[in-house]
Structures are given as C-alpha cells and as structure tokens.
Design a protein around this ligand. Structure first.
Ligand code: SF4
Ligand code: MG
Length: 331
C-alpha cells in the first residue's frame, strides 16, 4: 500500500536567541530526524511527554512550519518546501485539530462563519446558499444543534467547542487530520464522546489520523499503530497490540507503567519515570534517555542508538537491541 503520508529524516531546529544575537550554532532541536508513515484510513498514535516535539512535528506536517531538513510526501507529492500559494490545495487535504479549540476558533465569529471560512478561503463549497447548507450538515455530523450556527464559541462547553473544531477540520473532506491532544483538556466522560466521534468519522469518511497524546491510555483504543517520541526522535514504533503487550524500548515501558492498572500484582512491577524531559537545546549525549533510563549502561551516554527492526513493523532505537547479549557496539 502506498502511504498517504511519508516523513523521512525530518528535522525542525529553531535558532536559539541569546541577547540580541541569533546564534546559529545553538539550536532547539525540537524535531530531530523523524521518519514515519501513515496509510490511508489509518490512525498513527504519537506519544511522548510534554516537550518531546510532538506538536512541532504536527505543525511541520500541515506546513505551519517549514522543516529545517528531511522530507514530507503527501499522496506521493513532495510538500516539504511548498510556498504559501501552492500550499492551498494541501490545506484542503490535511487539517489539524488543536488541544484548546478556544485558541484556534475566532472568538468574534459565529460558528456559522467559522465553518464557512475554510470553504471561502479555498473557493470551494459553491454558492453562499450551498455553503450554508454544508454548515448545517457539518453541525449535524458532529452532533451539534442547528441553532449553534448563530452562536459564538464562548457560549459552548469545552467538548462542544472541540466538536466545532472537528466540524471545521472536516468541512473540506480532508484525507488526513493531525489531532494534537484533542481530548487532553476535557473531562474524562467527555473525552470518550469526542474519541468515539473521531472513530465514527474515520469509518464514515476513510480519514487518516495522526493522534498526538502525552499518555498511552488515551491512544490505546484509537490507534492502529503507535510511535513513541522522546526529545525530538522516534524511539519505538509498533502496531498497537504489539506495543502494549511487548514494548521493547525502556522509555515505552515507563510510559506503559504509568497507565493505572487495577491489578495489585502489576502495581508492584511499576517502573516510575523520574525527572523531567531534558532541554532540546542541550540534549544529553548518546541516547537522550540515558539520564532517566533504569537499565542504562556506560555505552549509552556515548552514542545515539540506531533504529533497528526487531519484529514485523516493530522498530526500536536502543543499544540493548544491538546484540542479544547486551551492548556490543556504539551503534
Ligand atoms: Fe536505556 Fe541505553 Fe536503551 Fe537508551 S540505549 S534506552 S539509555 S538502555
Ligand atoms: Mg504539545
């Protein structure tokens, strides 16, 4: 199957401003050599703690940022360096949903205006009457009453606002939606309603999702495959089942341990992740995870481990995979 989205060795380095000078030799390496793909109609979960570069990666994919290096192909087309004018058709096909819809919805526009806007910008949606008909249809699809059309975002609850954000994202029938922590700010009971809505929409419209989250529990039920990100890099990728049952990378294992399990025997095996994610401006030498890794060896601080395929569709970047007996080379 030809992937819908193919990302190769993608980096997004921001120059670090110090005083009045932009010192180019120091950079915030927010995304640092990421490769991944998403197939049509598939959900790839992207999980890591806050500050691991997930949102920056998402923003590169919708080309809100122009990447520093690497490539992004969408439906076979290289979109890495498209200029704003040529990005327009792409905006129709790749959309984004944000964590806080309040930030992404124009507070001074009615819901009707918000939903009509992408159609006007793209010159799609036909006449004014046809666009308004489409707005009513979108409200119905996301489960909001027709009268919402003349109301303002602040008049809605958090969950309802996320429904408005979703309606806007699907207005132009995209093929891929980058969902950046779409339920993180919502109550648990509302979270499952929004997740169910996203799953229903995926089935109905054959949508592909990149589903960004900071904890594995949320992505568990919605993802076909999961990529784990730590300090700008993907450290493990596998299909969801394999990842949860047979995680290999020590960082993934720590994230899985953090999922509450109502089983007293499992609780004792929990491996608690201590410390914070280090700064991407001065990442630790070698494997970036080594200062927090419970099974780190001396060689781990010397070189970054290569990504190795350790099973079907299962990749991991850890020196412990270098050789079954443990660390043998500084790969
Ligand atoms: Fe831990 Fe070393 Fe593997 Fe990094 S390479 S995850 S420090 S064992
Ligand atoms: Mg984020």
């Amino acid at each position: 199957m030809t992937p819908l989205l193919e990302v190769n060795d993608l980096s997004m380095h921001f120059p670090v401003k110090e005083g009045l000078l932009m010192r180019s030799h120091r950079a915030n390496r927010a995304v640092d050599g990421v490769s991944l793909h998403i197939n049509p109609g598939e959900t790839l979960g992207l999980v890591g703690e806050s500050g691991c570069g997930k949102s920056t990666l998402g923003r590169c994919l919708v080309r809100l940022y122009e990447p520093s290096a690497g490539s992004i192909r969408f439906a076979g087309q290289d979109i890495t360096h498209l200029k704003p004018r040529t990005l327009r058709p792409l905006r129709q096909n790749i959309q984004m949903i944000f964590q806080d819809p309040m930030e992404s919805l124009n507070a001074r526009h009615t819901v009707g205006e918000i939903l009509e806007e992408p159609m006007i910008i793209q010159g799609l949606g036909g006449s004014s009457v046809e666009r308004k008909q489409r707005v009513r249809e979108l409200l119905n699809i996301v489960g909001l009453p027709a009268r919402s059309v003349s109301r303002y975002p602040f008049e809605f609850s958090g969950g309802q606002r996320q429904r408005i954000g979703i309606a806007r994202a699907i207005a132009l029938n995209p093929q891929l939606i980058i969902c950046d922590e779409p339920v993180s700010a919502l109550d648990v009971s509302i979270q499952s309603q929004i997740l169910n809505l996203l799953v229903d929409l995926q089935r109905e419209f054959n949508l592909a999702y990149l589903f960004i989250a900071h904890d594995l529990a949320v992505v568990k039920h919605v993802s076909d495959r999961v990529a784990i990100m730590y300090l700008g890099r993907i450290v493990e990728t596998a299909d969801s089942e394999t990842l949860y049952r047979n995680a290999s990378h020590p960082y993934t294992k720590s994230l899985i341990s953090a999922i509450p399990i109502p089983d007293p025997h499992r609780v004792q095996q929990r491996q608690v992740l201590t410390g914070d994610v280090p700064s991407p401006i001065a990442p630790p030498t070698g494997c970036h995870f080594h200062p927090r890794c419970p099974v780190a060896e001396p060689a781990c601080s010397e070189s970054y481990p290569a990504t190795r395929t350790i099973g079907e569709g299962h990749d991991s970047a850890c020196h412990l995979h270098t050789d079954p007996s443990g660390i043998t080379t500084a790969g």
